[in-house]
Design a protein around this ligand. Structure first.
Ligand code: GLN
Length: 249
């Protein structure tokens, strides 16, 4: 009886082990992504989960690579450093491909387009993007530290007229509080912020057009090639379009 019990127990262990093997998520190698999760609809919290366009595309890429995605939330300005130091495998945060960033990291194929726009209060005296640059204008802009909005606004308005915040929400709170007169930020997050807060609007003209891509450690061509191949497949089979259309109506 004891022997039989032991055999049954052994068999049960063998079967459960086999069932868990291979496909089980915990056995897969981890693919670590750095992002800044205050950037709806690309990455944002729903409860304690980070969801959004980037989160879902990253999940699909990890799936193709047979890996398990882990998302690390940090300030936007820390993402490139984290990738350089190797504490994460890649950065994905509605990140614009730029020459100066290419000196620090490598970028994949672009998976989406973005543009910079300007948010003002509904009753603002700033009525166009050109007003901001007018001769003698003193309007102050709020931006997210280290973003293209920060770079362009600092170039065009001068450092004294630009205040950097750690994320989009803080920049918009500063606008509402009257600390700044406008916020320069990517279009889709701008829409989400205007919807979530009373009394704000987006100025009509676009400030700049951009391409979003994933960044990996410079010289990590193995991972770069794998992600590029995954992106190609996900573009081809319509997955990326489906994900984008789910979040951007
Ligand atoms: N597209 C902008 C950039 O790359 C902003 C990205 C972000 O704030 N997450 O700088």
């Amino acid at each position: 009886m004891k022997k039989l019990f032991a055999i049954v127990l052994c068999l049960a262990m063998v079967f459960s082990f086999a069932a868990c093997g291979g496909e089980k998520d915990d056995d897969k190698p981890v693919l670590k992504m750095a992002t800044n999760a205050y950037f709806q609809p690309y990455e944002y919290y729903e409860g304690d989960k980070i969801i959004g366009i980037d989160a879902e595309i990253a999940e699909a890429i990890a799936d193709k690579l047979g890996m398990k995605l882990e998302i690390k939330d940090m300030e936007f300005d820390s993402i490139i450093t984290a990738v350089q130091e190797g504490s994460v495998d890649f950065g994905m945060a509605g990140m614009t491909v730029r020459e100066d960033r290419l000196e620090k990291v490598d970028f994949t194929t672009s998976y989406a387009n973005g543009k910079q726009v300007v948010i003002v209060k509904e009753n603002s005296a700033i009525t166009s993007v050109d007003d901001l640059f007018a001769e003698g204008a003193t309007w102050k802009a709020g931006v997210q530290l280290g973003t293209t909005g920060d770079i362009y606004a600092t170039d065009d308005l001068g450092e004294d007229r630009v205040t950097s915040y750690n994320n989009a929400n803080s920049a918009v709170l500063a606008l509402i509080a009257g600390d700044v007169d406008c916020v320069v930020i990517d279009n889709e997050p701008a829409k989400a912020l205007v919807n979530a807060n009373e009394g704000l609007k987006i100025l009509e003209a676009t400030y700049a057009d951009e391409d979003y891509a994933i960044c990996v450690k410079k010289g990590n061509t193995e991972l770069l090639d794998k992600i590029n191949a995954a992106i190609d497949e996900l573009v081809e089979d319509g997955t990326i379009d489906t994900i984008i259309n789910k979040y951007i109506k």
